[in-house]
Design a protein around this ligand. Structure first.
Ligand code: ZN
Length: 155
């Protein structure tokens, strides 16, 4: 190890002289290794824990962004009329089939089941969309503050 100030190679591991304040807190954490240059008195600081924290924060932000994109795509799909139009077309089709006297009980049960599911889906759609929007807003605001702190050097 070399002193970044004077190039001297004689450094010793040490602590910073601490002053304790009213709350008893000191201002440097044990996760930081501190070395003192014996020639010029310059301190060198190292923290692999901070490097690790940095990497974790970077990958956390990436994961969250990915999740957010997935949810946004899902929302676009839910808000598009495609699914709604499909259901609205399918319901009268099934209703018509159910009226036929040629279908077996088994077929009838199957159609009735599908009909019930589609009706439920259709009625829940607005609620599902609002839940999804809520989730998206939450993740967005969490991500925003995480990124802000990250840019300020907190990770
Ligand atoms: Zn030095």
């Amino acid at each position: 190890m070399k002193c970044s100030q004077c190039g001297n190679e004689k450094l010793v591991k040490t602590n910073l002289p601490m002053e304790s304040y009213g709350d008893g807190g000191s201002w440097i954490s044990g996760d930081v290794d501190i070395y003192l240059c014996l020639k010029c008195g310059h301190y060198e600081f190292f923290s692999m824990k901070k490097v690790h924290d940095y990497e974790e924060t970077v990958s956390y932000i990436k994961e969250k962004e990915k999740e957010l994109n997935t949810l946004k795509l899902k929302l676009v799909k839910m808000e598009s009329d495609e699914r709604k139009n499909f259901i609205n077309k399918r319901i009268p089709e099934i209703t018509e089939k159910l009226k036929s006297i040629d279908i077996t009980i088994r077929q009838q049960q199957k159609l009735q089941g599908e009909l019930d599911e589609l009706k439920t889906e259709l009625s829940r759609l607005p609620q599902e969309i609002s839940y999804l929007k809520n989730d998206i807003r939450q993740i967005e605001s969490e991500l925003e503050s995480k990124k802000y702190n990250f840019e300020q050097g907190s990770f």
